[in-house]
Design a protein around this ligand. Structure first.
Ligand code: SF4
Length: 967
């Protein structure tokens, strides 16, 4: 008999615990709602559903991490001890990144768990692809079919016909190793609709593709993004931005919209989109002109010698001469020029420059998505922003901006399979040798051009039909079985793309799966552990679980176990050499379990964790299951200044640039800070340091070991005109617009929605469910529309119809529409809280989508679905955008040149019309901008080897194929 829940009296039983003013864990703050960790096994709390009765409920509090955006904040699941129901999720005070706080989307995981429309069992299509008719299938049958097809592709020498296309990874490298074990170069990502350009800008500077700003300790916080509501590492960064502000920091925000972030700014600049780099260079010019830059830092850490050697070989190779040249390079970027380009008053720009100059080494800056994502050459925005940090020396300083690798930790797993021996032209086409990540947006076009086919295509927590531009081209590709033999959608929710799958396999939400992650939320290193909370609760109760499906709702599975099982079925007897990477080490010949996988990592690869766990009488795995996170280090500091003990190396060699290399021993043995070391060079020597004024220091993971103001990579690979930070005009620069066109900004998020995954969260849908067009009153007047009127927005390949929202919160002459809404289904299955029912029609290359029904109340197990009051789920604008790949980073340049008109009497809200033949023509136009490896590679390789690549084939595979004479 379960114990009767205790009734709590007016005096709470945890009064004695209230003596703690501050929570003792990483949150270090006072929030009375954090239950002390000593009582997480049995915590009693009033049941709000029983109000007005005061009924207590007993919970086990089990940590996990949120899966609703990339920040991976800690969550604490309240698992009912009696029913094992997950009743709610709150913040985990033991998580060093989020420190007990969450945004609205974290607790809304509870909605997703209980969503009456969620997919609980594996499904197989019952009609044609896209008909959205389904029948149940067993996991076994689905696994056998998928495994047999993968095996056939591998055995028949077509490994690259297997593709895994990931949206939100939510983990650090697990699935990449699965693909490596299979020997397929089949990793595809969403990065080039998200962050390729920002990454390119940062990687070219410092060898790391993300910044890690120390907002909390900054004097000036400079953001080109809406970080307080939706930016990268949203909640962890937002709380630190506010901490910095509270301590007196000035917040400067560049955003064409009055975002929630801009409302908190001391200075809000609303520049013409694409002009941000001109402003940043005007600030740089001010710093250089007024000598307000850190000369010592620039002299020691910039690769200015390399710049002089290559670009000015006849000049004296002195720092003083470099300074003169530097001044000349940016002299034209006056405040007046920046005002002309941006439309922001020169006086405001000057004030911004003065603030930046006054910050010294306490300048934290960040750009992600936003201007980098919207514009052609957006990577130059990141290059120019980081230039300010590099000038002021605010790099890896308290209150400055760190390379992300300094503040991230990725442990070594139990098995490390070699990377594939082939190159996938569908994801890494030769036209884009410098792309950051895969050219995902081009896939339908590359398939249509016959550059390859797919025998098995996994879309995993990814919805390209809806999320990517040019969705109708995706539908054309996915419905053609000659191009895509089998489409498997691994997803926790219904999506527009899943509707075009052969199998829909239900995978777990944040509280139903294992993953590891570590993100650069501040100057520290931490490791977070996502886990299936009911599984962990059962285990605490002494009921071991061998397969996560035993603990999850329905037949929802976690992916770790899925990939192990699938890999065994691909190679049942081990003859392909795959199975060994998924075998137990302690029980040879048996399947690896998740307990062994994570137990091995926590015991052997996470410095300090075994000791910390032992201090509490726990194994490392038990510790991570109990607390969900481990902080390896606080205040990592200036790793690049770390001294390398070269005397311990037998074979240290220094090249002409001062780069120090070694072959043995492995740099790991030198006891250096646990940040990644660069890959070995072509001769097998690993860069281990850089000579700075006679001392060998760790340096940065760039080819030179220094901060690369001058990118030799860009210079040598066809971009000598862009090798230093520069302002390059966007495709939506006024010079490039036709009469009557204006820019549409489609890149901004809604704070309470995240792409596909949050449409099944009723609390979030109630808060935000539509996406009107932001329109300045002057533009509205010119157009003759008011708030609520319908506007037709025409792109180069079609148009959409949307409601106007007239607001002074946007710059005149620019319109904006959030990409977060406009979800749809063609009838039958789907997320009824946020999806319209639509009619799709095709005539040749002409497509249309019309709303048949909006959102409406419905009856389900959740009485709240009868209380749905919203009807308009917004418009799917991305369908009307052609692909616009940046020729360097590969980023889809999201901003659109559009024409506005009042909608006609026959037009309805949400109407879409597109011609995919026009989309193909625009694709070709943008492909012509590319600078292919074939013409620009300096060494006959496909791509600079040092640039990141999730799967990195051997150097021999990097060789460009020889062309036959007939080609
Ligand atoms: S910011 Fe919000 S959605 Fe993102 S991980 Fe944190 S709680 Fe979840």
């Amino acid at each position: 008999m379960p114990e009767k829940p205790p009734t709590i009296s007016a005096s709470r039983p945890d009064t004695e615990a209230r003596g703690e003013t501050f929570y003792q864990g990483p949150s270090g703050i006072h929030l009375a709602s954090f239950p002390p960790k000593e009582r997480w096994d049995d915590w009693t709390e009033l049941d709000p559903r029983a109000w007005p009765e005061r009924v207590g409920r007993r919970y086990m509090l089990v940590p996990t991490t949120c899966f609703n955006c990339e920040s991976a904040c800690g969550l604490l699941a309240y698992v009912d001890r009696e029913t094992l129901e997950v009743r709610k999720l709150e913040g985990n005070p033991e998580h060093p990144g989020s420190r007990g706080r969450n945004c609205a989307k974290g607790p809304a995981t509870a909605n997703q768990i209980a969503d009456p429309d969620r997919i609980l069992h594996p499904l197989k299509r019952a009609g044609k692809r896209g008909e959205n008719r389904w029948e149940p299938v067993t996991w076994d049958a689905a696994l056998d079919d998928i495994a047999a097809r993968i095996r056939k592709s591998i055995v028949e020498g077509r490994p690259n016909e297997v593709m895994y296309h990931v949206g939100r990874p939510g983990e650090d490298g697990y699935t990449e190793r699965v693909l490596a074990a299979w020997g397929v170069d089949g990793h595809n990502s969403h990065t080039n609709i998200c962050s390729s350009s920002a990454r390119a800008g940062y990687q070219l500077w410092m060898g790391c593709d993300r910044p890690s700003p120390d907002h909390a300790n900054a004097d000036v916080i400079l953001l080109i993004s809406a970080h307080l509501e939706a930016g990268h590492y949203f909640n962890p960064h937002a709380q630190r931005v506010m901490e910095g502000k509270k301590a007196g920091a000035k917040l400067i925000v560049m955003d064409v919209r009055l975002s929630n972030t801009a409302t908190h700014a001391d200075l809000w600049l609303a520049p013409y989109p694409g002009s941000e780099a001109a402003i940043l260079l005007a600030i740089a010019n001010h710093l250089i002109r007024t000598r307000a830059y850190d000369r010592g830092f620039v002299r020691r850490w910039w690769n200015w010698k390399e710049y002089l050697d290559v670009v000015h070989p006849g000049e004296p190779a002195t720092f003083e001469r470099f300074e003169e040249l530097l001044g000349g390079m940016y002299a034209a970027y006056t405040f007046a020029y920046a005002e002309k380009e941006s439309g922001v008053a020169a006086a405001d720009l000057e004030e911004t420059a003065r603030l930046v100059a006054g910050a010294g080494t306490r300048l934290s800056s960040h750009t992600w998505r936003s201007a980098t994502t919207g514009n052609l050459y957006g990577w130059q925005v990141a290059r120019c922003l980081f230039l300010l940090n590099a000038l002021t020396g605010a790099v890896a300083t308290e209150g400055g901006t760190f390379p992300n690798a300094w503040n991230k930790f990725v442990p070594k797993p139990i098995h490390v399979p070699p990377h594939p021996k082939s190159w996938n032209e569908l994801t890494w086409p030769q036209e884009f040798p410098l792309s950051m990540n895969e050219m995902s947006i081009l896939l339908p076009h590359l398939l249509a051009e016959g550059r390859g086919r797919l025998s098995v295509y996994f879309s995993r927590v990814y919805n390209p039909v809806w999320t990517n531009p040019d969705g109708f081209s995706w539908i054309e590709a996915l419905t053609d079985e000659a191009k895509v033999g089998l489409h498997v959608a691994l997803t926790p929710t219904w999506s527009e793309t899943a509707a075009f799958a052969d199998y829909i396999l239900p995978t777990g939400l944040g509280s139903e799966r294992h993953d590891l992650h570590s993100y650069e939320t501040h100057d520290a290193q931490w490791l977070g552990f996502r886990q299936p909370v009911r599984r962990a609760a059962l285990e605490r109760l002494g009921r071991p679980v061998s397969d996560t499906r035993q603990a999850n709702p329905g037949e929802v599975w976690e992916e770790n176990e899925f990939w192990i099982e699938l890999s065994w079925r691909v190679d049942p007897d081990g003859s392909l050499g795959i199975r060994k990477h998924f075998e137990s080490r302690v029980r040879p010949g048996e399947k690896l379990t998740v307990d062994e996988y994570y137990g091995h990592i926590f015991e052997r690869s996470v410095p300090g964790l075994p000791e910390r766990a032992a201090a509490e009488g726990l194994t490392p795995l038990q510790f991570m299951r109990r607390y969900g996170a481990f902080e390896l280090k606080r205040k990592v500091g200036r790793v690049h200044e770390e001294s390398v003990p070269v005397a311990e190396l037998d074979d240290a060699q220094t090249d002409a640039r001062g780069r120090v290399f070694t072959r043995t021993p492995k740099p790991d043995a030198l006891n250096l800070a646990p940040v990644p070391t660069p890959d070995p060079d072509a001769e097998g020597r690993r860069p281990v340091g850089v000579d700075v004024d006679g001392a060998v220091l760790r340096g940065f993971p760039t080819p030179s070991g220094r901060l690369e103001f001058f990118s030799r990579t860009l210079h040598d690979w066809g971009w000598p005109d862009a090798a230093v930070p520069a302002y390059m005009k966007s495709h939506i620069h006024p010079d490039n617009l036709a009469p009557g066109e204006l820019p549409l900004i489609p890149t901004f998020r809604l704070p309470t929605q995240i792409h596909t995954r949050s449409a099944n969260a009723k609390w979030l849908d109630e808060i935000a469910h539509t996406n009107p067009l932001w329109l300045h009153p002057r533009d509205a007047e010119r157009l003759g529309v008011s708030t609520g009127d319908l506007v037709r927005v025409s792109t180069r390949i079609g148009h959409f119809v949307v409601k106007a929202w007239v607001t002074e919160g946007i710059r005149p002459g620019v319109v904006a529409c959030s990409h977060h809404m406009g979800r749809w289904k063609t009838g039958g299955e789907g997320q009824r809280q946020a999806m319209a029912t639509v009619e799709l029609a095709q005539s040749g290359t002409a497509w249309s989508l019309k709303r048949v029904a909006g959102v409406a109340p419905y009856t389900s197990a959740d009485p709240d679905t009868e209380r749905i009051w919203w009807t308009d789920p917004g418009v799917h604008q991305n369908l009307t955008f052609p692909v616009q790949p940046d020729p360097l980073s590969g980023m889809h340049c999201w901003h659109q040149a559009v024409r506005l008109s009042k909608a006609g009497p026959e037009e309805r809200d949400g109407d879409i019309s597109v011609d995919t033949a026009k989309a193909r023509a625009v694709y070709r136009e943008w492909m012509a901008k590319a600078r292919p490896a074939e013409r620009h590679s300096p060494d006959g390789s496909r791509r600079p080897y040092w640039l990141m690549r999730p799967l990195k084939p051997g150097r021999d595979v990097y060789r460009l194929p020889k062309r036959t004479t007939s080609e």
